[in-house]
Design a protein around this ligand. Structure first.
Ligand SMILES: Nc1nc2c(c(=O)[nH]1)N[C@H]1C(S)=C(S)[C@@H](COP(=O)(O)O)O[C@H]1N2
Ligand SMILES: [Mo]
Length: 401
């Protein structure tokens, strides 16, 4: 555990090498205060310095101040792994296996075949860890203590999973499609990270096997050479270093479906994954409506002499953002923010609001998104044992002097 002072020293040290971006420092500080434990800037090979949560397996979040562009640059994109053995995949050796007990003709595809034999598609989509902001839950819940940076927005290019599955042929008994990647645990007893999708989601017109991100091949840490992209659903299903897709006639019962990534049915919308539901829990699926202020941090002082632009991003599971509101008086009054360009319903939406303080002193800044379905953010996060779907309205206290 690194105390705040020690952390600030470390962060300041890394920042010196970054050219001393003070806003970055503030946002790292904000993440640290939220996530309470070590928030140290550290660069994985090929990445810029990100906020290190754990090294083995690598879990690194993006400083919030980096969320100021429509798409998150690949070298600033967060990294999340469950297991520590992550091979550097060679394209010449890589194959995608399409099989399972409910497939007609098992296939083995090279990257070249994937690229050449199927229609290319590109989609803008937010990749968001189900546990983003887990570190902000009170009381504390176990798991990686993420701040607000376990997310990133990108343009994903690849081919539709449904086209690849059509090539293999889906049997009548199919209910789910499981996904496996090249990474594995250090010990034989560690459950391999395997996820499954309901057949309908696997066949969805937006579900893709992506091999490019923002016009470049996927970075190693984000799933080279190919990963699943399930726009609108949290990133736990976005299998990296994809090696196998199996069409199954029975619900997949591995640890990462049966035990992990579940939420109480009575507290969140359910019904999207009926083959995996129990009487009380359901797998976490669609993202909930949410937003983030990206250019302010707690304790910051703004100048009374000039207007300040408050900026941020907002998103949901695919309905799209209808309205963004900002309060500067702790939620007593709300003002409409301006939504920037619509990059597609699965992308986040940038917004901004011009704040013109009329007096000096303390201000309580809040931001609230409403989706086209009418859903809006709650004032407090919905408690759940694993700390998923934290979408409470953010509160940032600043000073005007
Ligand atoms: N192979 C593999 N894919 C994976 C994971 C993993 O541990 N191994 N984690 C998933 C989870 S929970 C998240 S949040 C995203 C993170 O994607 P990123 O590391 O590209 O940011 O990857 C998903 N795909
Ligand atoms: Mo995740």
């Amino acid at each position: 555990m690194v105390g705040r002072r020690q952390f600030l020293k470390k962060a300041a040290g890394s920042l010196a090498s970054l050219g001393g971006l003070s806003l970055l420092q503030r946002s790292v500080f904000a993440a640290a205060t939220g996530a309470e434990e070590s928030a140290i800037l550290d660069a994985l090979p090929g990445k810029e310095a990100l906020i290190k949560k754990t090294y083995r397996p690598p879990n690194y979040e993006t400083p919030v101040s980096y969320f100021d562009t429509p798409f998150t640059p690949n070298n600033r994109f967060f990294v999340r792994y469950h297991n520590a053995v992550i091979p550097e995949v060679k394209v010449s050796e890589w194959r995608l296996h399409v099989g399972g007990d409910a497939v007609r003709t098992p296939l083995e595809l090279t990257l070249e075949q994937l690229r050449k034999d199927f229609k290319p598609v590109e989609i803008a989509a937010l990749c968001l860890c189900s546990g983003n902001r887990r570190g902000l839950f009170q009381p504390h819940v176990p798991g990686v203590q993420w701040g607000s940076g376990a997310m990133g927005n990108a343009r994903w290019r690849g081919v539709l999973l449904k086209d690849v599955l059509a090539g293999a042929g889906i049997g009548k008994s199919a209910v789910e499609v499981s996904l496996d990647g090249a990474d594995s645990g250090v010990l034989k007893t560690t459950p391999d990270f395997i996820k499954s999708l309901p057949l309908a989601k696997a066949l969805d017109e937006n579900t893709l096997i992506a091999f490019e991100m923002n016009g470049e091949p996927l970075p190693h840490w984000n799933g080279f050479p190919a990963r699943l992209v399930i726009p609108g659903w949290t990133a736990t299903y976005w299998m990296k270093h994809l090696t196998a897709v199996n069409v199954l006639s029975k619900p997949f019962d591995g640890f990462w479906m049966k035990t992990a990534y579940r939420i109480p049915k009575d507290r969140f919308p359910s019904g999207q994954f009926s083959s995996q539901e129990t009487a009380t829990t359901t797998p976490v699926t669609e993202m909930v409506v949410n937003s983030l202020i990206t250019n302010l941090a707690n304790g910051q002082t703004l100048s009374a002499d000039k207007p300040t632009e408050i900026k941020g991003v907002a998103w949901d599971g695919g309905n799209g953002i209808a309205q963004m509101e900002v309060s500067t008086d702790g939620g007593i009054s709300w003002h409409k923010a301006t939504l920037k360009q619509d990059l597609g319903r699965f992308s986040w939406r940038q917004w901004h609001y011009v704040f013109e303080p009329k007096r000096t002193g303390e201000y309580r800044i809040m931001a609230r998104a409403t989706s086209h379905s009418g859903a809006s953010q709650p004032l407090e996060p919905v408690p759940n044992p694993s700390g998923y779907h934290h979408n409470a309205v953010q509160k940032i206290i600043i000073q005007v002097a």
